[in-house]
Write a protein that binds this ligand. Structure first.
Ligand code: NAD
Length: 295
């Protein structure tokens, strides 16, 4: 395999994603400013370089997995001029749709190609190579990146043009946040009315109120033994990340004039919960709703 891959951002997600590319035979030039991330990448068989520009200049495809849109845009501004003409930039970070479009425009203006390719599946999916990729950008660029994404992912969907991968990600996670809050309110109401969790699950899991939040990720212990509720709400999917994604969704609702009252409310509710419980799984919102319903 002759494709040279630059990989910028070797954190919880990027580290194992880069490791899977190495395992699949790609030549990975990796950069992250944090020494511990560099050490791990070296152990995983990547070539760790001293600057982002160094990783970019020798690569055909550059993958970024970074904390937020500001950092993605700053890094693009820093490294685009170092890249060979026509280099393909693939941003896998979860960022604002508007920032994703701007990143694609910056890349194009510098003579390069770009995709947004955010993921779901968390750290476990990154390690196992089973992430879901939601991709925005041109058909030819998608086709050129697909083999690489299939190494890191189990499902890859080309959602549309620039920014539409990010759109799929925030639409899904907005709906997940909303449904977890709605489910949790229904569970706490059931508790008040004398409905046990088992009977709630028995009825709702096959009735019209059914949801993934209930049947795969039940926020109270018992009915779904693998859900974080059975493990003291250890994530899983941390409240901090849900809070981030709902903030991005709320931005997009406002920027596009959508009457998204429940989406905005979900963002507000998780923002409040995040102030105390950022490290807990997002399904712990049920404990907060229960606490606020006491008295
Ligand atoms: P993380 O904070 O663990 O990793 C980010 C890495 O980027 C860090 O190692 C940091 O040092 C590095 N970085 C910062 N600035 C850099 C720069 N200029 N150049 C190179 N590297 C730089 O975060 P994460 O959990 O790996 O998440 C990364 C992205 O993936 C985020 O956008 C997040 O929203 C998204 N995401 C995370 C999860 C998850 O479960 N953790 C799931 C889906 C999506």
């Amino acid at each position: 395999n002759n494709t040279k891959v630059g990989f910028l951002g070797l954190g919880h997600m990027g580290g194992p994603m880069a490791a899977n590319l190495v395992k699949a035979g790609y030549d990975v030039l990796a950069f992250d400013p944090v020494p511990a991330a560099q050490d791990q990448a070296r152990q995983d068989g990547a070539t760790v370089v001293a600057t982002a520009a160094e990783a970019v200049s020798a690569s055909d495809i550059v993958i970024t997995m970074l904390p937020n849109g500001r950092i993605v845009l700053d890094l693009y501004n820093e490294v685009l001029s170092a890249a060979k003409p026509g280099t393909l930039f693939v941003d896998c970070s979860t960022i604002d749709v508007a920032d994703a479009k701007q990143a694609a425009e910056l890349a194009a203006a510098a003579g390069h190609r770009a995709l947004d390719a955010p993921v779901s599946g968390g750290v476990a999916g990154a390690a196992a190579g089973t992430l879901t990729f939601m991709v925005g950008g041109a058909d030819a660029d998608f086709a050129d990146t697909l083999p690489l994404l299939e190494v890191m992912g189990g499902k890859v969907v080309h959602c549309g043009g620039a920014g539409v991968g990010q759109a799929a990600k925030i639409c899904n996670n907005m709906l997940l946040g909303i449904s977890m809050i709605g489910l949790s309110e229904a569970i706490v109401l059931g508790e008040k009315l004398g409905l046990t969790h088992d009977k709630f699950f028995d009825v709702v899991s096959t009735a019209s109120g059914q949801s993934w939040a209930l049947t795969s990720y039940c926020p109270v212990p018992g009915p779904v033994p693998t859900s974080p509720a059975n493990n003291d709400y250890k994530p899983g999917f941390a409240t901090a990340l849900m809070n981030k994604d709902l903030g991005l969704a709320a931005n997009a609702l406002r920027a596009n004039g959508v009457d998204g009252q429940i989406g905005q409310l979900a963002a507000d509710i998780y923002n409040r919960f995040n102030q105390d419980e950022a490290g807990k799984d997002f399904s712990a919102i049920v404990t907060d709703i229960r606490k606020r319903s006491e008295g």
